[in-house]
Design a protein around this ligand. Structure first.
Ligand SMILES: [Zn+2]
Length: 429
């Protein structure tokens, strides 16, 4: 039986989605008050009957990442017998946060991912290769796998392999869909190209990019994403999710913002006072998760900054879309009176092939009127002025660029498993 999105609310009229969302919020409040120890206490003065329109959600307190980290067991709804898998996410204090899942949670994740891939045009005729970790307690690879299987696609669980092994399986399976982290895919594409492999002549059509934004604030592809498209001769699609959020914002065939799944959760984008921001304005993504049994959440502050894409999507879906994740809230920098997204600077540096490697270092006191920021770049000294001019044009501030080398930059990353682009050495207040 091919996958059919029979439960999706995506194409319902806006007012029907809103009416269903209000009902789902009421049910969620009743459910949490009944079954979650944490929310029973938090919502002692709030009842589902108080929610009569979407604006009424503002009377409900937020759930902070710190609170979840400190007492996740109190959020839990499912009993020990119902838990079938445990995944781990990085807690706000650096201590891993255990996230229990029930069989229903895993089915829900599969539905969520199959709906996301379906909206991007993936079908049971596709051959997909998952090039992210499927083990080490990560949720993402498992969710993609389940979703693609539910969709009926021929799915290969490759994980993160060497370029030679990836090449072998690309030639063997002739995939139409790849799923991976942009910086990894770029490196893979470049290494294969250097080895004489002509990826453009393969069958790859769609590349789903996770973990790093592939668009800037104006929705234009980043330099990295643009290079991936050219190397593979395929289209890139942004897909964003997190363990806590438990649903995905994936770009549809129109590739202009990631669609939410309204039946799986309610999404808000709020300013630092907790008020909604206008469409197109950057704010913090706040998510309420419907139908989760392990760790259900209500008004959870993700710490990720993005914006709602204005207008209607040409695909005909009426579910809201978000733009790229502009930054983690904690990584926003106040620099010379301007609030700066580190992404603005990484996009400049990624677009310059002369820059072998780089890292942005934040210093000074966090929250001070002007924090310090340096770019350490592995480049020839002659290029420094050119880089500073380009950064000035994009970010409208002057940032010191220090000449460094690849080994020093790598040592600054410590034992981080990701090739991080930003290191926060700010002192706390
Ligand atoms: Zn769309």
């Amino acid at each position: 039986m091919p996958f059919t999105p029979q439960f999706s609310w995506d194409f319902l009229p806006y007012d029907e989605i809103e009416a269903r969302t209000i009902r789902a919020l009421k049910n969620h409040i009743d459910y949490l008050k009944r079954d979650s120890e944490y929310y029973r206490e938090l919502l002692v003065d709030i009842n589902s009957a108080d929610i009569n329109c979407l604006e009424d959600i503002h009377m409900i307190p937020f759930t902070e990442k710190d609170t979840l980290s400190e007492m996740s067991h109190r959020f839990r709804v499912a009993s020990e017998e119902q838990i079938v898998e445990t995944v781990v996410t990085s807690g706000s204090t650096g201590v891993p946060l255990m996230f229990p899942l029930t069989a229903s949670d895993i089915d829900r994740l599969a539905y969520n991912e199959s709906l996301s891939f379906y909206s991007a045009g993936v079908t049971s005729r596709d051959r997909a290769q998952i090039m992210v970790s499927l083990d080490r307690l990560f949720i993402a690879g498992m969710a993609y796998y389940r979703g693609l299987i539910a969709l009926g696609a021929n799915t290969a669980r490759l994980g993160v392999l060497t370029p030679e092994m990836q090449q072998h399986y690309i030639e063997l399976m002739r995939p139409t869909v790849l799923i991976g982290v942009p910086s990894y895919l770029l490196k893979l594409g470049e290494q294969l190209k250097q080895g004489g492999v002509d990826l453009e002549n393969f069958t790859i059509q769609k590349i789903f990019c996770i973990g790093e934004s592939i668009r800037d604030e104006s929705m234009k592809l980043t330099a990295t994403a643009d290079k991936i498209e050219k190397l593979f001769g395929a289209h890139v699609y942004s897909t964003y999710a997190s363990t806590e959020v438990a649903s995905t914002f994936c770009e549809c065939t129109e590739r202009f913002g990631g669609h939410a799944h309204p039946e799986l959760g309610y999404v808000e984008i709020l300013d630092s006072n907790g008020d909604p921001v206008p469409d197109g304005t950057v704010g913090e993504l706040v998510v309420t998760t419907f139908g989760v049994e392990g760790v259900p959440l209500l008004r959870y502050k993700t710490g990720d900054l993005t914006f709602k894409v204005p207008g209607e999507c040409a695909c005909g879906r009426h579910s809201m879309r978000i733009g790229p994740i502009m930054s983690r809230k904690a990584q926003l920098v106040k620099y010379k009176g301007t609030t700066l997204y580190p992404m603005t600077i990484t996009n400049v540096l990624d677009s310059m092939p002369e820059v072998q490697d780089y890292i942005i270092e934040l210093k000074g006191r966090e929250g001070a009127p002007s924090e310090e920021m340096f770019v350490h770049a592995a480049v020839k000294p002659l290029l420094v002025t050119q880089i500073m001019t380009k950064i000035q044009a994009a970010a409208r501030v002057n940032i010191p660029v220090l000449v460094s080398n690849a080994a020093t930059i790598n040592s600054m990353r410590g034992d981080n498993r990701k090739k991080i682009r930003l290191i926060d050495n700010r002192s706390k207040q």
